[in-house]
Ligand binder design. Structure first.
Ligand code: 2DT
Length: 236
């Protein structure tokens, strides 16, 4: 007896430094997949921040709860309006993902593919980049263990120097050269520890259209995902 189970959606995460082009590329990927008849959603973490890029588009498509408790606190922190202990804010960023986890699972099981703009990888590396001696990358990863693990991680690869050339950073807490260089280094370390993961490095120095093409090519091969959704494990 062969039950005709509806294929689940695919969990796609887009990561990279500030100004690597994540949000624009998420938008282009969403449109390209929709044109091919896929049911696709876009979500972004943290769920409640000032949307600098294509504001209207993000507001229309983002389904994460912009008024969640953690979202509001995170927003105030990123804008420099409130100070937070490094560990405490770290756990709130993680809680912001846990708030969405059930929704992600149910959407995927209903056949909806989800494009996620930043996820646990940003969560771990931005906190570890603060170089607080009590907040290692391993410590920072721990609260992510058990969250849905993406089927595909698209890492928009670009150096901190090159992102700086894309225009002055805004007002947000982490938008400095020194911070971005540490973040880049830690992304490399974290990705190298995620053994067995389907990571695609996308050269984000190219023009938008070229990057979009590379992303679509990397994605198309993953759209018939049928293995069960996995969860994040401890770092090895
Ligand atoms: P955007 O500029 O993409 O809105 O990101 N960050 C993000 C963390 O420190 N921890 C996290 O868990 C996540 C998802 C990266 C806002 C900033 O928040 C940082 C940049």
């Amino acid at each position: 007896f062969h039950e005709d189970v509806k294929a689940r959606g695919v969990l796609i995460v887009v990561e990279g430094l500030d100004r690597a082009g994540k949000t624009v590329q998420c938008q282009l990927l969403l449109e390209a997949l929709q044109q091919r008849g896929h049911h696709v959603k876009y979500i972004k973490f943290p769920g409640n921040t000032t949307m600098k890029v294509c504001l209207g588009w993000v507001l229309k498509h983002a389904c994460s709860d912009r008024n969640s408790l953690t979202g509001k606190i995170i927003n105030g922190y990123l804008q420099g309006q409130a100070q937070q202990d490094d560990h405490s804010i770290h756990l709130l960023f993680s809680a912001n993902r846990w708030e969405a986890a059930q929704r992600i699972r149910s959407d995927l099981s209903n056949g909806i593919t989800i494009i996620v703009d930043r996820y646990s990888y940003s969560g771990a590396v931005y906190s570890a980049a603060k170089e607080n001696p009590d907040l290692s990358l391993e410590w920072a990863w721990q609260p992510e263990v058990g969250l849905p693990r993406p089927d595909l991680l698209l890492f928009l690869s670009i150096s901190a120097e090159e992102t700086a050339k894309r225009g002055g950073y805004g007002e947000e807490r982490y938008e400095t050269n020194a911070m971005q260089s540490k973040v880049r280094h830690l992304f490399d370390r974290l990705l190298s520890m995620n053994h067995g993961h389907d990571i695609h490095l996308i050269d984000a120095r190219f023009p938008v259209d070229q990057v979009a093409k590379d992303i679509l090519n990397s994605t198309l091969g993953h759209l018939s995902e049928r293995k069960p959704l996995e969860t994040f494990a401890k770092l090895r």
